[in-house]
Ligand binder design. Sequence first.
Ligand code: NAI
Length: 220
Amino acid sequence: MPKGDTALAKGNVSQSVVRRLPRYHRFLKDLLAAGTVRISSGDLSAKMGLTASQIRQDLNCFGGFGQQGYGYNVKDLYEEIGRILGLDQTHRAILLGAGNLGRAIALHMDFAARGFTLLGIFDCNPALVGMEVGGQTILDSAGLEEFCAVHHPDVAILCIPKEAARETAAMLVRRGIRGFWNFSHYDLALDYEGIAVENVHLGDSLSTLCFRLNALAQES
Ligand code: NAI
């Protein structure tokens, strides 16, 4: 079993470590683009605003990758973290809701770089059906179930209102969807076991900023 797989297979990597991995990957990509061949955990930590021991602890969850006195080989670590994240695999995604948010995601997200292929974009609004977004034609969501039966997507990106999310998700799970990137304000994780759900709430992030601003104001 390759490095990292044992921990992943046992599911014993903490969520906070998993959440830091894409950030490591992003920083390493920039280092690679800048021609950096190797980096010490001290330098990497300074760039990322983490402690060197935090980085070592995180990477040790997957077997550790640094060498004493050498640091990390940037290309190797970049590729290994990409593999741990599963970016070398391809998930078949559909996007529901071609409104403001759905269109922005369809246009600006580099799905291929993250291990996803966007198979189709769906909406129930006849005024949107047939329009082009990022080279794809918006499809009528009335045909969604049949589309799933034929094309077997395994991931759904939900950019539909909360009220529509529960019923739609139930149908999609019946049709083989195993992961949701969920922007609707409905908390899908409450309904499904054994389905990967990533609920995204930009508002939560803004509220966190608010808290931190208030905390700073109280300190000064
Ligand atoms: P929008 O109103 O521009 O787009 C929603 C689209 O979903 C519409 O085109 C509508 O026709 C379509 N739709 C509704 N029910 C559907 C169904 N059952 N199947 C297929 N399509 C359906 O709204 P916007 O701004 O794009 O936001 C979409 C949702 O995401 C909203 O519910 C909003 O509250 C939420 N949102 C979440 C954010 C987050 O951080 N999680 C940030 C911004 C919006």
